[in-house]
Design a protein around this ligand. Structure first.
Ligand SMILES: Cc1cc2nc3c(=O)[nH]c(=O)nc-3n(C[C@H](O)[C@H](O)[C@H](O)COP(=O)(O)OP(=O)(O)OC[C@H]3O[C@@H](n4cnc5c(N)ncnc54)[C@H](O)[C@@H]3O)c2cc1C
Length: 425
């Protein structure tokens, strides 16, 4: 692929250098723009650094679902449970929680799944293209993914979710305990002890060697294509002449680009507020531990349905993570949640070696309806939005970049994009 030369004078600014921003920068560069990525830290060091590394295109069921509210007290009361709220943050969280609850109707779930299925289809095509372009194909393994169940009750309770996925074209295969062991021999002990009883295999999933290797490799590729990275804090956005979005930097400069792409993860809504644009995105913190010498050799990511954690076999070790903590953007990390995930994972893998494990916390940019914001900003001629990818930011990065570059070039938005419009808030 070559950089198109016709529009080379046009200047694009991308705000935020996570995996979504860097992918967008590459796509805009490929579309012929001079691109400057504005990043206040080191690109890729936030959520894009240490996630579970799954290209999880089958995860189209939104987080909010009918009846989920009744599970919340049980999860909150369990110190090893998958959900935590910091009381001081609850008042600020109320508008998000209200929308989350409202999104969980049968019709809302079906609509969100349809929209995500479309986006994930694009993601499945866009990732190999981007990785080929960057010479990074070897960093991804296509081995599918497993969901495992400890109880018959949980397995049967999830039947509706698998049916939802099937309705949207996602293939899955229920596995007996024996078949589970055939696929992942390291789970044999858990099956023999009766800890694991069922599995479901989804063939259409890939996992990366290391999310940091992906985002830092893409950053290097962006630079190699002539993209510029500026260490800059964006302090605000404002409306300039001809409804152009102007960018204000911490050092006092103001930038005016032909295209501005806002891809600042959970920090995006604050930047949009002065423009009168409301977006509901919460920091949904997740925790993990990466064990460099676990002694476990899983072939593919394994998700615990009950424990809500993922075991990811990365090139840098076994990463055990998940959970959701709502504490706002500024609160300190509580690594007891990483410890808790390790403790519950031992039920499956009691002999794993945890020596040298490193703990991490990242902030997922989560919307109440589980759909990211992708599209044009209303009332501004040059502003594009690409944030709020929640649990699917690695998965959705390449397709988001492609879609935003298409919009920058003046392509008519496909009707499916309307589900991702910021106006829905
Ligand atoms: C535990 C965990 C596991 C996960 N597992 C997966 C998975 O397996 N698969 C998957 O698809 N997703 C997964 N995710 C989600 C995924 O990590 C995120 O959705 C994704 O990284 C978000 O990328 P982003 O580029 O939007 O945001 P970020 O990575 O947060 O990047 C935003 C960037 O914007 C910069 N920025 C913010 N404000 C400013 C400003 N004012 N000026 C300049 N720069 C600014 C920040 O410094 C940051 O670098 C997981 C997340 C967690 C926490």
């Amino acid at each position: 692929m070559s950089v198109q030369q016709s529009d080379i004078q046009k200047q694009a600014y991308v705000i935020g250098g996570g995996v979504v921003g860097v992918s967008t920068g590459i796509a805009l560069r490929r579309a012929g723009y001079a691109v400057t990525l504005l990043e206040r830290g080191e690109p890729g060091r936030e959520a894009s650094f240490g996630n579970a590394g799954v290209i999880a295109v089958t995860e189209i069921a939104p987080m909010s679902a009918p009846g989920i509210i009744w599970s919340v007290p049980k999860w909150l009361l369990d110190p090893l449970g998958p959900l935590a709220l910091r009381p001081a943050h609850v008042p600020a969280l109320i508008p998000w929680l209200w929308k989350f609850w409202r999104a969980g109707t049968p019709a809302g779930v079906e609509q969100a799944a349809k929209a995500l299925a479309w986006l994930m289809d694009g993601a499945w095509q866009a990732w190999p293209e981007l990785l080929r372009d960057a010479g990074m194909t070897a960093e991804v393994t296509e081995a599918g993914a497993l969901t495992v169940y400890e109880t018959d009750a949980a397995f049967h309770a999830d039947a509706h979710e698998w049916a939802l996925k099937r309705r949207h074209g996602i293939e899955s295969q229920a596995l007996s305990a024996g078949e589970l062991v055939e696929m992942e021999p390291d789970l044999a002990g858990a099956v023999q002890r009766g800890v694991l009883r069922h599995g479901v295999y989804c063939p259409k999933t890939a996992h990366v060697s290391d999310p940091w290797r992906i985002v830092s490799g893409l950053t290097a590729h962006f630079r190699a294509l002539g993209g510029v990275i500026e260490h800059a804090v964006v302090t605000g956005l404002s409306r300039g002449p001809a409804d152009r979005c102007l960018i204000h930097l911490g050092d006092g400069r103001t930038l005016d680009g032909d295209t501005v792409a806002l891809t600042a993860g959970p920090w995006s809504p604050k930047l949009l507020k002065p423009l009168g644009i409301r977006a509901l995105v919460e920091s949904e913190r997740g925790y993990n531990t990466t064990l460099p010498n676990s002694g476990v050799s899983l072939k593919r990511p394994v998700t615990s349905a009950e424990g809500k954690f993922v075991l990811s076999p990365l090139a840098i070790g076994l990463r055990i993570g998940g959970a959701a903590e709502f504490a706002g953007l500024e609160a300190d990390a509580n690594y007891k949640r990483s410890d808790a995930l390790l403790t519950i994972a031992r039920r499956y893998l009691p002999d794993m070696n945890a020596e040298g494990g490193t703990q991490w916390m990242g902030q997922r940019p989560s919307t109440p309806d589980s759909l990211p914001v992708i599209g044009r900003a209303p009332g501004l001629s040059n502003l594009l939005l690409g944030f709020g990818h929640g649990h699917l930011g690695l998965t959705g990065a390449a397709v988001t970049g492609k879609l935003l570059a298409g919009l920058a070039q003046g392509q008519t938005p496909v009707p499916q994009l309307s589900a991702f419009a910021v106006e829905r808030f």
